[in-house]
Design a protein around this ligand. Structure first.
Ligand code: PLP
Ligand code: TYF
Length: 398
């Protein structure tokens, strides 16, 4: 039966984790996967999460099936966070939100729904993008192409190229946009550039799908979500996937959501009914624990304040590590202008190192980053930084 089954390639990022775990080098550092580690190199359990879990344990509940679209209080909390609790679209009940299995699950529900809605549409993702964007939309049956994004010459966004590609896209084309903290480059659009994107999406009749996996890791919760307000103000209908993997350090609980902004409350209930079919025929209904934790934190003023403080702590520590990396590289004799590292947002730095240099970092120094040159700055700390900077300086010297 399986004689003709071919070996599938490993995920380029998650595959690196396996390689890292198997490496006996005691000095190894994992800057591959996008995971935030604290100043001691440990995956944090946020205090707000631990407190919510204590409260949940103090009043234990039986675990029935959740509704297909998840915990109502969770979906409501997601909507408040993404669109703003006082947003008119929420008052008008124009948003269909479903709990999802991580941000990936939100993207997948949206992709499957879009495929039923408009089977012939093409999907555009940024060049480069999180690799799973391509895989996920391809597996949902779409032809996936790219729009220019990274400008290697100027170390930023090739905005002219991006806009030109969107301008020449056919009506109905789905455009996947990173709402903030672009993965892998770390370069985001400015508010003015976003307004131009919104205009083109509207003028050309494109379908925007905003992937928000790092809200709060760039400039702040509201700042990182500002693009959503621009899309709302345009009156467009659009998709937003949410992930709490990073912002709550709840990677393994798989907590995410999909929200679809519709033209009316009545339309939103029809859309919701279709999203529920997608969910029902995939995994029936979502799990309880992670979403209950997030709902508990977001709906308690004290826990929410604690979360915002802890999220700011992660954001500021990443920023401090960006500056520290630049200083350490300069101190190690690297003469190139590295200020771009501090201009990038979120967990990643597109370091500009070649695949060969990244491979040398791994084989000679036990420092694991992605071959594209992407390193996870959120995994740097005072202790591993000197070794990382020395190794990067060595491979940059050639
Ligand atoms: N979208 C982007 C851009 C990501 O980097 C990630 C990272 O994991 C995801 C979506 C998926 O999030 P989750 O782990 O919650 O599925
Ligand atoms: O880009 C990253 O490192 C994170 C984690 O298939 C991740 O988004 C990577 C690959 C993958 C799922 C999650």
């Amino acid at each position: 039966l399986f004689a003709a089954v071919e070996m599938a390639p490993r995920d380029p990022i998650l595959g690196l984790n396996e390689q890292f775990n198997a490496d006996p080098n005691p000095a190894k550092v994992n800057l591959g996967v996008g995971v935030y580690f604290d100043e001691n190199g440990k995956l944090p359990l946020l205090k707000c999460v631990a407190e919510a879990e204590r409260a949940m344990l103090a009043d234990p509940k039986a675990r029935g099936y959740l509704p297909i679209d998840g915990i109502a209080a969770y979906d409501k909390a997601v909507q408040g966070l993404v669109f703003g609790a006082d947003s008119a679209v929420l008052a008008e009940k124009r948003v269909a939100t479903v709990q999802a299995i991580g941000g990936t699950g939100g993207l997948k529900i949206g992709a499957d729904f879009l495929k039923r809605l408009n089977p012939g549409a093409r999907v555009l993702i940024s060049d480069p993008s999180w690799e799973n964007h391509r895989a996920l939309f391809s597996n949902a049956g779409f032809q996936v192409e790219t729009y220019p994004y990274f400008d290697a010459a100027n170390l930023g966004v090739n905005f002219e190229g991006m806009l030109a590609a969107l301008n020449s896209a056919a009506a109905g084309t789905v455009v996947v946009l990173h709402a903030c903290c672009h993965n892998p480059t770390g370069y985001d659009l400015t508010p003015v550039q976003w307004s131009q994107v919104v205009e083109v999406v509207k003028a050309r009749g494109l379908v925007a799908f905003l992937d928000m996996a790092y809200q709060g890791f760039g400039e702040g919760i509201a700042e990182d979500g500002a693009v959503i307000q621009q899309f709302l103000a345009s009156g467009l209908n659009f998709f937003v996937s949410t992930s709490f993997s990073k912002s709550f350090s709840l990677y393994g609980e798989r907590v995410g959501a999909l929200s679809v902004v519709c033209a009316s409350g009545e339309e939103a209930s029809r859309v919701l009914s279709q999203l529920k079919i997608v969910i029902r025929t995939n995994y029936s209904n979502p799990p309880t624990h992670g979403a209950q934790v997030v709902a508990t934190v977001l709906s308690s003023p004290a826990l929410r304040a604690l979360w915002e403080e802890e999220l700011a702590g992660m954001r500021l520590r990443i920023r401090a590590m960006r500056s520290a990396l630049v200083s350490a590289l300069q101190a190690a004799g690297v003469s190139q202008d590295l200020s771009f590292v501090t201009r990038q947002k979120g967990m990643f730095s597109y370091s500009g190192l070649s695949a060969a240099q990244m491979q040398r970092l791994r084989s000679e120094f036990g420092i694991y980053g992605v071959d594209s040159g992407r390193i996870c700055v959120a995994a740097l700390n005072e202790k591993n930084l000197p070794a990382v900077a020395a190794a990067m300086a060595a491979v940059l010297r050639g």
